[in-house]
Design a protein around this ligand. Sequence first.
Ligand SMILES: [Zn+2]
Length: 314
Amino acid sequence: MRTSLLIHPDELSKKWIDRLADLKVTTLGLHPRGGRWAVSSLEDLLARLKTPEYRALLDYAADRGLEIAYEFHAAATLLPRDLFDRHPEYFRMDREGKRVPNWNFCVSNEEALDIVAERAAEIVRQLYRSGDRFHFWLDDGHDLACHCPECTELSASDQQLVVLNAMLRRIREDRPEARLAYLAYFDTLAVPSKVTPEPGIFLEYAPMEKYVAKGNDREERIAAEFRLIDPLLDFFGRKESRVLEYWYDNSMYSNWTKPPKSFTPDDEAVLKDAAFYREKGFRSIASFGCFLGPDYEELYGEPDFSAFGRVARA
Ligand SMILES: [Zn+2]
C-alpha cells in the first residue's frame, strides 16, 4: 500500500523525514495552506525550493527512500486574478450572469486554459525532486463553477476535468510519465458525465463530509458520500486511486490557528477506515498531518503515528 502524510512546508524537518521513513510511509507530501493563503503559501513554497537548505532537506528525504509530492490549491496562481481587468471573459460567470474573479475561472475560454496549462508546467519545473504524481487542486469550497452559457452544461466535476486534462496534456510535453490528481470532494464528488479523463488522471478522494456534516441529515450525507466511492473508482480506475484522509489533520482540529492544540489520534478509526478503503480497491492512502511539526513537539512532545505505521506496513 502506498501511503503519504501531508505537512506544511515550514514544518518540514529532518525529524519529520526520519519519522516518515521509520514508519515505512512511502511519500512525503508538502501541502502549502489553502483558502485565502493559497497564493501566498504556494509562493512561499516555491521560494523555499530555491534555497540550498531546503533542497538539502529534500535530498535527505529522497536518500531515505521517500517519494516527494506537492499538493495545493492552485486556481488563483494558475490564472492570476489581476488579469480580470483586461480579460473578464477568462473568469467565471456567477449564477446572476456576472463575470467575477473570486473563484476558479471559465473553463470554456481556450486562452484562459492555455495560460493555466502553461503556468502549471512552469510550476512543475520548480517542484524540486517531485515524483510523477501531481496535485494541482482548484479552489476550495461549494458552488465555485462557471455558469456562463458554454460552461453551464458542465457539472463542477466536468469543469474540473476539463482543466485537469488541459494541464496534464501540457505537463506531459515535459514529463511524459506525469499523472495528475482529480480531487473528489464537495461539488466534485459526482462522477463527471460529459468529459473523459486523459490517460494519467487519477482519483484522489477526500471524505470531507465525515468531518464537516452537521445537523439532522448528517448520517445520510455521509452515507451519500460513501455511495459515490464505487462509481468514482469505476470511472477513474483503481490502479492509482488514492484516499486523502484527515485523521492526523491537527490544523483542522486546531481550527487552522497556531499554536496547535494537543492532539490524540483516533487509532480505531484509522485502522477501520483504512481496511474499508483497501477493500474498496484504493491503492494509496494519505492523510493530512499538519500542525504536528517542531512547534507541536515543543509544546506536547512526540505525536503518536503508530496506527498510520500499521496502515503503511499492511
Ligand atoms: Zn464559462
